[in-house]
Design a binder for this molecule. Structure first.
Ligand SMILES: [Cu+2]
Length: 176
């Protein structure tokens, strides 16, 4: 008796609930990316402030930036980055060589020490998009996949800030 009642109740619930559930599953699917500016967790890593910048016409390369905090007790390492924007994607550092600021790739990746925060930012470490199919334009979103030695891979969408911006303005989509 109880079982029957339960089954009936469950059937009624399923009838009512399934269209809504299907709908929410659909909209979840369409928004698998976290809202811009929201921290993204990947294992012990927290990623914030991801952005890139508009590139001048015909510019072949541009930088990508993100702040990575390692909340864990073991070091991790950003080993690679990839994207479907064309060309190649590398992890770069800026370095002063003979009084000249130069950038070079980090073939061994970038260590994210346990308990510390590493900022990829203009003038410092960055993701380098080289020979992209077309220059990034302000307001676009650029997909990038970051792969870490321990934490694995994560897909990010980088909002494109204005040319030369040092940060994403306000880090807030609703901000004019
Ligand atoms: Cu670079």
């Amino acid at each position: 008796m109880l079982n029957k009642l339960f089954a009936a109740a469950f059937a009624a619930f399923a009838l009512i609930a399934s269209p809504a559930m299907a709908q929410s599953a659909m909209s979840n699917d369409g928004m698998s990316m976290p809202a811009m500016g929201e921290p993204i967790m990947l294992g012990d890593l927290e990623l914030t402030n991801a952005f890139t910048r508009a590139m001048p016409p015909n510019a072949p390369a541009g930088g990508g930036f993100v702040t990575i905090t390692n909340h864990g007790t073991t070091d991790d390492r950003l080993v690679s980055a990839s994207s479907n924007v064309g060309g190649v994607v590398e992890i770069h550092e800026m370095k002063i060589v003979d009084d000249v600021m130069k950038m070079q790739s980090l073939p061994d990746g970038l260590v994210i020490p346990a308990g510390q925060t590493v900022e990829l930012k203009p003038g410092g470490y960055h993701i380098m998009f080289i020979n992209v199919d077309k220059p990034f334009a302000e307001g676009e979103m650029v997909p990038v996949t970051l792969t870490f030695e321990n934490a694995g891979s994560v897909d990010l969408m980088l909002p494109v800030a204005p040319l030369g911006a040092m940060a994403m303005p306000g880090m807030n989509m609703n901000h004019g």
